[in-house]
Design a protein around this ligand. Structure first.
Ligand code: FES
Ligand code: FES
Length: 166
C-alpha cells in the first residue's frame, strides 16, 4: 500500500505526518497519528456522527473521509472548540442543560452544532433538530441536546439591547 505525507492545519496548528497509508481514515489519522482522541469512533459507516469534525468549515463525518483527502485542509476538532480555558458557549450549555450523559456522542454533536450556530445564530427548534439529524445519541432522548443548542444560541447573542424610552 502506498504511503503519503499529510500536511494540513488542525485547530490552527500546521501539522505534517509522513508515511500515512493511503487507506487511513481521517478519523484514525486524528486519533492515532495526532492523538486527538476527542473525535470518537462509532459505527464507522457514516451513520452515528460520533466522528463529526469540521473540514474547511463544513461538518464532515471523518470516518467517511481518507486522511489523504484532507491534505491542505483546515480541520477543526473538538479539541479546538474551547478558547484556552474558556469553554465554548455550546460546551457550557451542554453541561448546564443536561445535553450529555455518557458523553460519547457529545464531540460530534458539538461540532455539528457549532457549524449551525455560525450559519444561523438564532435557529428554531426545528432547525436545530434538522441540523443535528446526522448525529445519534443513545442516552439523552435528544430533548436536552436541542435545549442546550438553543441556550448556547442565546448566550452567543449576548444580552438584549437596552430599550431607550423618551
Ligand atoms: S463513526 Fe463516523 S458516522 Fe459513526
Ligand atoms: S450522551 Fe451517551 S450517547 Fe449521547
Amino acid at each position: 500500500m502506498s504511503e503519503h505525507r499529510i500536511e494540513c492545519t488542525v485547530n490552527g496548528e500546521s501539522v505534517s505526518v509522513d508515511r500515512v497509508p493511503s487507506r487511513r481514515l481521517l478519523s484514525d489519522f486524528l486519533r492515532d497519528d495526532l492523538n486527538l482522541t476527542g473525535t470518537k469512533r462509532g459505527c464507522e459507516t457514516g451513520t452515528c456522527g460520533a466522528c463529526s469534525i469540521r473540514v474547511d468549515g463544513e461538518v464532515v463525518k471523518s470516518c467517511l473521509m481518507l486522511a489523504v483527502q484532507a491534505r491542505g485542509c483546515n480541520i477543526q476538532t473538538i479539541e479546538g472548540l474551547a478558547c484556552g480555558d474558556d469553554l465554548h458557549p455550546l460546551q457550557q450549555s451542554f453541561m448546564q442543560c443536561g445535553g450529555l450523559q455518557c458523553g460519547y456522542c457529545t464531540p460530534g454533536f458539538l461540532m455539528a452544532a457549532s457549524a449551525l450556530l455560525e450559519a444561523n445564530p438564532n435557529p428554531t427548534t426545528d432547525e436545530v433538530r434538522h441540523a443535528l439529524n446526522g448525529n445519534l445519541c443513545r442516552c439523552t432522548g435528544y430533548t436536552q441536546i436541542v435545549e442546550s443548542v438553543l441556550d448556547a444560541a442565546k448566550k452567543m447573542q449576548g444580552p438584549p439591547e437596552p430599550q431607550h424610552g423618551n
